[in-house]
Write a protein that binds this ligand. Structure first.
Ligand SMILES: [Zn+2]
Length: 408
């Protein structure tokens, strides 16, 4: 029996999906629950039905195509939403390759003792309320108040967004009740970083997914006239932030090599060239594959912030927006994927994923595996995102064989 995907069909599907939500900057803008997302959902539903799979959608808008069988369910998938002005491969690769794998399993009549499903999870990118809305809903991990009264990253109340859709807060919060019992979950994804390309290896077997802490923070001082307040008497909130940004980054680089710290957004108030900033608002995000390192970074950088605040006559405030814990991939899944790589003759290497994926959420319900293929130039979340079709074929073949092993 031929256990390989049809790469031409897979490529055609990706190209069709990649045309939905094309924006004027040449990228794909398909945030969940946007008109482009609904067009993509309709496209996926049609593809699932054409493949002869049993289509269903849960209360959170997660879409599934099922090959029915007694026993537990083996699932493969990812997401088809994108960041604004993103690329056509992040997420889409995993959904379309899973669909292709199930088509091949049906065509070759490969025997299975478990049900198989392709899954596409809502809003992995977190354009609505927090990351992983769909997969968190699937596991019953949502914060009810966020769903009922949260605001989206575009500033609109989430319930106003829902009013324009067929979905409701109650339906989203109950989506996990429709979850089948899972045997395993596999996700194929582009690496979104440069490691595989640098190493010249087509397949990455992810062994850890970094956890993330994300906070909104502020240094608060006092505004004053830029011409009349002597430098030594100022309580300049921006200088607190600048001092903190440099020292905190250096601290993580030296003491927690491999972990990340990013201040991605900052705003000074009142925000005039002639006024000393009385307040500096900023986002603070740090990531690590080690739970101990995350806890240590949290403690150490906040001690640093307090220290800088007291030295400079400022106060420091912060609130947690999101926290995820690092995930270790089950040894059974690593072994299985590596065995199948050897059978296929594909070189592979183990990697840590610094980016978050639905697989880390699914790991809470079953053994979950994550396969990476190289991202040329490490580019992702950009119109320039691309894949090498040979690498995609290898990744999809590995996905197919791993699914067959899990379902046999
Ligand atoms: Zn993704």
């Amino acid at each position: 029996m031929d256990m390989r995907v049809n790469i031409e069909r897979l490529k055609q599907d990706l190209e069709e999906l990649g045309r939905i939500g094309r924006d004027e900057h040449g990228g794909v803008s398909r945030p969940s629950f946007s008109p482009a997302d609904f067009e993509a959902r309709a496209w996926l539903k049609k593809k699932i039905e054409e493949a002869g799979l049993c289509y269903r959608q849960d209360g959170a808008g997660n879409q599934f195509g099922r090959v029915e069988c007694q026993g537990k369910t083996v699932m493969a998938g990812s997401h088809i939403d994108t960041v604004p002005n993103g690329g056509m491969f992040d997420g889409a690769v995993g959904v379309v390759a899973a669909l292709e794998a199930l088509r091949r399993i049906m065509e070759e009549k490969i025997p299975a003792t478990k049900a198989l499903e392709v899954a596409s999870f809502t809003d992995e990118e977190g354009n609505l309320v927090g990351d992983f809305l769909g997969s968190r809903a699937f596991l019953g991990l949502l914060d009810e108040s966020e769903i009922r009264s949260g605001r989206t990253s575009f500033g609109m109340p989430f319930h106003d967004v829902l009013k324009r859709t067929e979905f409701t807060a109650d339906g989203i919060l109950a989506a996990h009740k429709e979850r089948p019992e899972l045997e395993g979950y596999i996700e194929l994804h582009i690496e979104q970083g440069p490691v595989l390309e640098d190493e010249g290896v087509p397949i990455g077997i992810v062994e850890r997914i970094a956890g993330k802490h994300y906070r909104e923070c502020a240094f608060i001082g006092e505004s004053g006239h830029a011409g009349t307040t002597p430098l030594e008497l100022r309580r300049d909130a921006f200088l607190g932030l600048a001092d903190f940004a440099l020292k905190a980054t250096q601290h993580v680089a030296v003491k927690h090599y491999g972990s990340m710290l990013t201040i991605g957004k900052a705003a000074l108030h009142p925000g005039s060239f002639s006024v000393i900033p009385g307040r500096a608002d900023f986002t603070l995000e740090f990531r690590s594959a080690s739970l101990e390192a995350l806890a240590a970074i949290e403690k150490e950088v906040f001690a640093l912030a307090e220290d800088i605040a007291s030295t400079r006559g400022l106060t420091f405030a912060s609130r947690v927006v999101d926290k995820t814990t690092p995930v270790t991939i089950a040894p059974r899944m690593l072994k299985l994927m590596e065995e199948e790589c050897r059978t296929l003759g594909y070189p592979s290497m183990r990697l840590t994923s610094g980016a978050g994926h639905d697989a880390q959420i699914l790991a809470g319900a079953c053994d979950a595996g994550l396969i990476f293929i190289p991202s040329p130039d490490g580019v992702s979340h950009s119109p320039a995102e691309s894949v090498d079709w040979d690498d995609l074929e290898k990744g999809a073949n590995l996905l197919l064989r791993t699914l067959v092993r899990l379902a046999s």
